[in-house]
Design a protein around this ligand. Structure first.
Ligand SMILES: [Zn+2]
Length: 220
């Protein structure tokens, strides 16, 4: 913009000052609008839950939204174990790429496929400080991909098809299902360092609908 102005005769600029001001104002406005749209919805929409099955029985022992989990007293201030999406993790730049759902049954609770699909990958997911190894099952559900993680060693294999509601694993001694959602077509899970991985979706709204049902606003 500055370069353009420098090469214009002064008379032209004065004659067109009003037009230029309007142009500049509209450029600033469009920048502001773009910014406010992206900051009000930092994460893409979660899948429509109309035809989905809850991945664990509920309601969960602990809330998994940011505000409610911070307020519930289960985790200390500045904890690196908060269950909400995007919560800080160690090492410090890592963030929580899913939500942690604590079914009432605890360890051994069945984990179910939210829709029919095909298993993409079964792999170790995390080794806890106590040495327990947990696993993830990544499933292609056509309109989204889900990683069901922090499970006991599952009996599933890549390539296997699953029915909606089929039991695909069991909750480990962590007593939680760590659930990640990705855009359709995603073939692997991601760790979240710095910027959010592009295909990672926020599962909070979908899980709130599935686990608490109608009238869930008060719990969010
Ligand atoms: Zn987790």
């Amino acid at each position: 913009m500055c370069n353009i102005l420098r090469h214009m005769p002064m008379r032209f600029i004065q004659g067109h000052r009003r037009g230029l001001s309007i142009l500049l104002a509209s450029m600033v406005l469009s920048l502001l609008l773009t910014d406010s749209v992206s900051s009000s919805s930092p994460h893409p929409a979660t899948p429509n839950t109309g035809d989905m099955v809850a991945p664990v029985d509920g309601p969960p022992r602990y809330p998994f939204t940011r505000d409610a989990s911070m307020a519930c007293g289960q985790w200390k201030r500045n904890s690196r174990d908060y269950p909400y999406f995007g919560a800080p993790r160690d090492p410090k730049p890592r963030r929580h790429a899913g939500v942690d759902l604590y079914p009432p049954q605890g360890e051994g609770a069945p984990v179910k496929a939210m829709k029919a699909g095909q298993v993409i990958k079964v792999a170790s997911f995390y080794t806890r400080a106590n040495g327990e190894k947990t696993y993830g099952v990544l499933i292609d559900h056509l309109d989204f991909t889900a990683n069901y993680a922090e499970l006991k060693k599952p009996g599933m294999k890549a390539g296997q098809t699953v029915a909606s509601g089929e039991i695909i694993g069991q909750v480990s001694r962590t007593r939680q299902l760590h659930l990640e959602l990705y855009e359709a077509g995603t073939r692997d899970w991601s760790r979240w360092y710095g910027e959010k991985p592009a295909k990672l979706l926020d599962p909070t709204r979908a899980m709130t609908e599935l686990l608490y049902g109608e009238g869930t606003k008060a719990r969010e």
